[in-house]
Design a protein around this ligand. Structure first.
Ligand code: PRT
Ligand code: ZN
Length: 283
């Protein structure tokens, strides 16, 4: 039975549980329990703080884990990164006070930088030949310059709103992060099969995200024009209709292109266009 470490509570918890639920894995997690048995797949959930997940997976306490790449990189432990999961997106960046006369990385020489990610920062600064003083603090890093604890910060940025609120400007983005699936390096063979099945489910779910299933009626004479417009998977499904001059076209379209494609299809005569949610793409 696979044991998967997930964040007990926090920003990644909800989307992790949603991904598991979409993959047919449900668990009722008590607020105080550390382990939950799941239904729908032979897996136990180990509920941890995100900081502890890379280590738990590296040691084999958990076989696999779902955690931000930022935590994996910071802890520097040996785990296999299996796949990106498409949520929890953020970046680790250097930010300086708005009024700083920042012209380039050399600005950081001799300056104090507050962060909860000292290892990643040290690696970056050494690579760039910058010598700064790193102050490791947990929580509320962004207030450090205002209270005189540091000259700059190195922290997680998502929308950038927190930096603005604290009078800071992002000057260097160091690491792009998102939630990743990691595995212990010495996974026993029988568990590898279970992991492969789980990955197959995750991949179908992730690939279907942001995609829409679109059905429409189309004059037969417009088929070539429609095929030029549609990116399609391999090729769209075409069904005949009772009226010999018309056909029904089914296609998967990325959400980002949906309205543009629909406009174009309408222009070549498409009618009765239906847009449906897509749950899974199983390849
Ligand atoms: O209790 P536990 O230790 O498990 O959780 P935690 O408090 O350490 O982490 P948590 O739950 O806050 O975040 C978990 C993971 O979510 C992080 O390790 C990242 O991989 C990811 N993530 C994605 C984020 C953000 N987006 C994010 N915006 N983690 C933190 N933030 C914070 C950031 O620290 C800053 O204070 O949000 C603020 C910036 O947000 P913007 O949108 O204003 O830029
Ligand atoms: Zn944490």
């Amino acid at each position: 039975m696979l044991r998967i470490a997930i964040q007990a509570k926090g920003r990644l918890n909800e989307k992790t549980m949603a991904l598991l639920a979409d993959a047919g894995i449900s668990a009722s997690v008590g607020s105080r329990s550390l382990i939950a048995h799941a239904k729908g797949f032979p897996v136990d959930l180990l509920l941890l703080r995100d900081d502890d997940i890379p280590q738990a997976v590296a040691m084999g306490t958990a076989d696999i884990g779902i955690v931000g790449l930022n935590e994996v990189e910071e802890k520097g432990v040996h785990v296999h990164q299996i796949m990106e999961l498409g949520f929890g997106g953020c970046r680790l960046s250097l930010a300086v006070p708005r009024e700083a006369d920042y012209k380039g990385l050399e600005w950081f020489n001799g300056r104090r930088i507050a962060t909860s990610y000292p290892s990643i920062l040290l690696r970056f600064l050494s690579e760039k030949g910058i010598s700064a003083k790193i102050h490791t603090i947990t929580g509320s890093v962004e207030i450090a310059p205002a209270i005189g604890m540091a000259d700059a910060i190195f922290d997680i940025v998502s929308s950038g709103g927190t930096l603005i609120q604290n009078g800071l400007v992002e000057v260097e983005s160091v690491l792009e992060s998102q939630a990743v699936l990691i595995a212990t390096p010495d996974l026993p063979a029988e568990k590898q099969d279970e992991l492969d099945k789980l990955c197959f489910r995750f991949r179908s779910i992730i690939e279907s995200r942001g995609m829409k299933y679109v059905l429409m009626n189309l004059p037969k004479s417009s088929l070539d024009a429609a095929l030029d417009i549609l990116p399609g998977m391999k090729s769209p499904t075409i069904l005949h209709l009772a009226d010999p001059d018309w056909l029904s076209l089914h296609v998967v379209i990325p959400e980002s292109q949906l309205w543009e494609r629909i406009e174009q299809l309408k222009n070549i005569g498409a009618e009765d266009i239906l847009v449906l949610m897509l749950e899974n793409i199983v390849k």
